[in-house]
Design a protein around this ligand. Structure first.
Ligand SMILES: *Cc1c(COP(=O)(O)O)cnc(C)c1O
Length: 243
């Protein structure tokens, strides 16, 4: 057993314990390994350890890894979970399987128009600014219903659900609150007739709270790969990523 195998096993145990506590069905929570700042070789090792779905925050860094791991492409699922500017939509539509960070119609329209016809529809979540932080991206809960209806109608996208990055909170009850709010937003959209099945929420520090509130896809970085260098954007020099 490598350190990576150990970490993955611990994460699976945490997911499973929370799923059982929440009395949810087996297989109802998927693990998305967040590989930002990690090398292609680390992703390759994580694949060898059994992981299949990987999340990237930065478009170019993700595309570089997708290219470096082209031999595994059919066995990997690549998710963009970081902010997406409209000048990057084409390469994202061509390279990724999922985008979690759609928060405006213009971006969604471009992704749909640019999704290559030989690929399956791009799987999409709408990001919601669930904690109402001025600095955070994401649609507001008020604009969500109209946005969701419009995105669901785009031909080359498949709207799957909602994603959020709540403000950090201490303690299970405080952590559950924003996750509950996101679940309630999803339930309202479903009541309005949209066929949505995905709640992308929960990270290394709050995955239990997220699963108790219905997360179907948790995005886990640190608990799998270890802590990232403290200094990230905008100075990326410590990560060894060029540029
Ligand atoms: C970095 C990141 C994660 C993973 O966070 P950890 O605390 O390392 O598990 C999940 N989601 C998003 C959007 C991130 O940027």
């Amino acid at each position: 057993m490598t350190t990576l195998d150990d970490s993955i096993q611990v994460v699976h145990q945490r997911l499973e314990a929370a799923r059982i506590r929440a009395e949810r069905a087996q297989g109802s929570v998927r693990l998305l390994a967040v590989s930002k700042t990690r090398t292609a070789d680390e992703v390759r090792a994580a694949h060898a350890a059994g992981l299949r779905a990987f999340g990237e925050n930065y478009v170019q860094e993700g595309l570089d890894k997708i290219a470096a791991l082209a031999d595994l492409r059919n066995d990997l699922e690549w998710h963009l979970i970081g902010p997406l500017q409209s000048n990057k939509t084409r390469v994202v539509a061509e390279g990724f399987d999922w985008v979690h960070s759609v928060d405006r119609l213009r971006t969604a329209e471009r992704l749909s128009a640019q999704r290559p016809p030989d690929l399956p529809p791009l799987q999409v979540c709408l990001q919601v600014n669930i904690s109402g932080e001025a600095s955070k991206s994401g649609a507001s809960p008020a604009e969500l219903p109209a946005l969701a209806r419009a995105v669901a109608a785009l031909p080359r996208l498949r709207l799957r659900g909602l994603m959020a990055i709540p403000a950090p909170a201490e303690g299970l009850e405080a952590q559950r609150e924003p996750h509950r709010a996101l679940r309630e937003l999803l339930e309202r959209l479903r009541a309005d007739g949209l066929a949505l099945d995905t709640l992308s929420m929960g990270m290394s520090d709050d995955l239990e709270a997220a699963i108790l509130e219905g997360a179907t896809l948790v995005r886990i970085g640190t608990a799998i790969f270890g802590s990232r260098p403290a200094l990230q954007a905008p100075t990326r020099s410590l990560t060894g990523v060029a540029g």
